[in-house]
Design a protein around this ligand. Sequence first.
Ligand code: TYD
Length: 139
Amino acid sequence: MKQNKKLIELVNLQKINDDCLMCVAETGKQIPFTIKRVYYMVNSAPNLPRGYHTHKKLEQVFFCIRGSMKMVLDDGYHREETILNDPSVGVLLHPMVWHEMHDINEDTIMLIMASDRYIEADYIREYSKFKKLVDESKK
Ligand code: TYD
């Protein structure tokens, strides 16, 4: 059987100890796309999962810069998960990979770097629609 490429690809930021932990992300170094948008989530409602969508073209790197959360990735055929709890380590999310974030609590701070501005038309929010597109692309 053909070996599937690992779904979870980690990004390790440059770490500088300067009376703090400084983490540096640069386009073309740790981040494999031009960063056009950064967004973050604070004061999350506890135990409310997020995500549950995929993007047609957008690339993103997800960080948990405080606390922890579980990140689940799904390519339509298999799922992989990892715990994010280190501010210097992110998960690279390619287009057409379904993602979910679980076990978020109110202290969790997520920070996301994205390859494009917010475009609602780039979202696929129904798993069945995502799965259909993945299956069609394999034909
Ligand atoms: P969404 O991407 O669905 O969040 P999550 O994946 O964390 O569950 O976004 C939640 C809402 O915020 C949705 O109505 C779209 C809006 N939003 C913007 O307006 N701009 C943005 O850059 C982002 C990421 C979301």
